[in-house]
Design a protein. Sequence first.
Length: 243
Amino acid sequence: MEVLGIDIGGTGIKGAIVDTVKGELISERFRIPTPKGAKPKDVASAVSELVTHFNWKGKVGCGFPTIISQGVAKSTGNIHKSWKETDVVQLFSQKTGLQFFVANDADVAGLAEMSFGAGKNKKGVVLVITIGTGLGSSVFINGVLVPNVELGSVPYKKYERFEYYAADSVRKKEALKYKEWGERFNKFLKFVEQTFTPSLVILGGGASKKIHKFENEITIAAPVVAAQFENNAGIIGAAMLAN
Ligand code: BGC
């Protein structure tokens, strides 16, 4: 099936048409910067702009950077506070007139990797961590997703959330060298390992293509690999929601 997959992030909104059977992009990616403040109305307009760009009339799957339950945002992550309790499915459907499927962005990136990528046929506890504006996480047990596990939102020392210490946006904001940031990220991985004892950790999001720059800092026991689809995992997994 062909589905428009959209990955909404704190910095960019990316989309492409996806073949959900093969798990492949079948169009170029198109990216719009996330509107400043990331308010519902403005993000909905950006989503509509993406739909128009692709002249899309079919189903749309969307990864969204908050907890999502039955299409409703249950947290605010790194986007505007007013998203909480917003029915994201309803908002985007009304704006575009199309059928939407919405789930957490890290969960859908994980779905793509577990079905077609680095986690294919992997049993046991597999974690997918997306490194971007925030730190997203998804947990799979024998291939089955446990939705909305928010490891980046757990407090760490003086930080309200671990992601305020170790996300890629923090590396950029504080102009940290990869070694320095990698040490921070490794602390996050150690916490993750202590909590789940995963058999595999897959790194997605924008930073996944830079893994060679910080892999020396990673000291956890479990193998840590880059997402096969790198930053496209979120788009592919989003489209898979419509299957
Ligand atoms: C949110 C998560 C999201 C992650 C990556 C965090 O701020 O709490 O739900 O998956 O950012 O976008």
